[in-house]
Design a protein around this ligand. Sequence first.
Ligand code: CP
Length: 348
Amino acid sequence: MKQPSSSATELKKKDLKHMVSMKDFTKEETDEMFELMDILKDARRENAVPQLFKNKTVAMIFEAGSTRTRVSFEAAATLLGGHAQFLSPRDIHLGAKESIEDTARVLSRMTDIIMARTNNPETIDELTKHATVPVINGLDTRYHPTQMLADLYTIKEHMPAGKNLQDLTLAFMGDATDVCRSLLLTCTKYGMKFKQIGPQKYHMEQEWLDIADEICEETGGSYEITDDVEQVKECDVVYGDSFYWTTQLEEKDERLAAFMPDYVITDELMKKAKPGALLLHCLPANDQEEVTREALEGPYSVAFDEAENRLTAQMAILVYFTHKYIKEPDRETLDHFENKAKSFLKKL
Ligand code: CP
């Protein structure tokens, strides 16, 4: 007979939900996250962030480097009264000396939510399969949902009065990166128009377009994949990302030759877009490559508001995914255990 568990945590959580891709959330759920972001951003302005993650821990697994994702999750946990643990493959056994399954099960008994940036999407899938706390994808080769939440929120903050996200067209300039794929699925899920504008060789793979087709059928969103830079004329948002990733350094020269100068976000290109168009960039930016410094600092650029909204998003994510499982102790229970521990310690 299997021994009953002695865990002090709830191992079978009701309605446990992970955040792997924004396409897994309804518009209503995303709207709820936006509303929570509004409240927590206003609270941060007043230095009055409610302690909704008090004494809680987020385990942050980073197989790859990060500035925004790491710092925003860590700062969000602190602001909400909790703690973040940074875990690189040098610090834990992840997949090397211990299976992902066992890591997921152990972290779930000691922390309240797991955030992971992984080199292999199977790691995220394995974590979600075995964790008994929410798992947040902090970027894999398919999706970057925490970036997407901050991006749509930033667009909402800056879009013209009277407009809705569904009225907007977003142009992603360049390669079919993980951010580009995420934007295709997130924008169409939200009923927006999405365009990838880049050389044909680097267009989005069919498997992602097939997923987008299903989403568009459900939401009325649409997409277009083109090499025609002039199409930026129809766009309300122009989005930049690196033309090559750190794992593609051997292709760097070939890629730069394919993308530059036509697909670089310049002041001239921004002036071709719709009046009032915004420039977003997930950062880090190579400001002599995919975007000029002049454009990044231009009046239309909201790239640094977007970066700060990674923190707004992470505060909302920590609360949204854990609040159902956080038990608020009452004063009487707290006093009971404090008195019990103190009486015991006096005897030592
Ligand atoms: N945009 C983004 O994810 O930034 P980091 O790689 O610095 O986390």
